[in-house]
Design a protein around this ligand. Structure first.
Ligand code: PMV
Length: 318
């Protein structure tokens, strides 16, 4: 039996602008996906148990699905199984990460599966190889859409600065609260919408992208110097700019305003592509519980997470 786990992620600053080469800042979070590979002669079975889809299984050899959604959730594992030409195994997936929420759940599953399956077959892949293989597989399943950020964060952990290149940043973990609207988001749709807006109004959208890039760069030193009030302000400005780009939604805005109001957050913004999915908020000192309650009262699901968490790792057998 071989088990590996990999973290999800949040984009702290710079979503959408990064598509046009502007700097974004992302961090791995301590919500993880865990993949276990067991020998099971004559069988090729995938079981998952995550926040959205509980307890279904998919028998790759017979093509039997226990629920129609299983096809979607198991596409990633099936791609990894094919890549390693694995047989006579059972793959189990457990994830803390909601699906289609912008928290990098598919990347975490792919990275953990690539790591567990390769190790189960006696291969020692480097982190660089794990990240490259996982990115290729995630992109294949998503028909070319995946950005390398999610698989890089799931592999290396910590914080990454992303522009045309991806580079690791040495920063201490910070605690934030994630609020999930429960509304699935569609990254491709939101990216195309913003890029169309840019084509129609480059004179308006380019300065917005530039301002977002300045925020991402400024945020790095604010995290380093632990200037949380200023960091919160950067989140608020970034959210306003994302609103201007048209990627917020009523549900996201309600969570953002509840976080800043009753939740006493130092700052709050949507994270990822928008249109649904999640927002993030920076708690005031000793106000984390109040912040989580405020988000729940605004009908969101709240998670307390550490940003800058560890990347992929092998887990000991129970
Ligand atoms: O929604 P997510 O977390 O997959 O983030 C998408 C981030 C974008 O900047 C909108 C797109 C991208 O590829 O970087």
């Amino acid at each position: 039996m071989t088990t590996a786990s990999a973290p999800g992620k949040v984009i702290l600053f710079g979503e959408h602008a990064v598509v046009s080469g502007i700097t974004a800042l992302g961090g791995a979070i301590n919500l993880r996906a865990k993949v276990t590979v067991k020998d099971r002669p004559g069988c090729l079975l995938i079981r998952t148990d995550d926040l959205v889809l509980r307890g279904f299984s998919f028998d790759l050899s017979s093509g039997q699905l226990s629920s129609p959604q299983a096809a979607n959730a198991t596409r990633y594992i099936a791609a990894v199984v094919r890549e390693f030409d694995a047989r006579n195994i059972q793959v189990e997936v457990e994830s803390d990460l909601p699906l289609a929420a912008g928290l990098g759940s598919s990347a975490a599953v792919v990275v953990a599966a690539v790591t567990a399956l390769s190790r189960h077959q006696g291969q020692e892949l480097s982190d660089k190889e794990i990240a490259a293989t996982s990115y290729r597989l995630e992109k294949e399943v998503q028909h070319g859409l995946a950005s390398p950020t999610d698989t890089a964060l799931a592999t290396f952990g910590g914080y990454l600065s992303v522009s045309k290149e991806i580079s690791a940043l040495d920063l201490l973990p910070i605690e934030i609260v994630v609020g999930w609207t429960g509304v699935p988001h569609d990254t491709k749709y939101e990216v195309e919408k913003v890029q169309a807006l840019r084509r129609d109004h480059p004179d308006l959208v380019d300065p917005i992208f530039q301002a977002i890039g300045t925020i991402s760069e400024r945020a790095v030193s604010l995290i380093r110097e632990q200037k949380t009030a200023d960091l919160g302000q950067m989140m608020n400005i970034n959210h306003g700019l994302l609103e201007a780009l048209g990627v917020s939604s009523r549900e996201l805005s309600e969570l953002v305003y509840a976080a800043r109001g009753a939740g006493g957050a130092l700052g709050a913004k949507l994270t990822g592509a928008g249109g649904g999915g999640c927002m993030i908020a920076l708690p005031g000192l000793g106000r984390t519980e109040a912040l989580m309650t405020a988000i729940r009262q605004a009908r969101g699901v709240s998670f307390r997470v550490n940003v800058g968490s560890e990347g992929v790792r092998m887990e000991r057998d129970p």
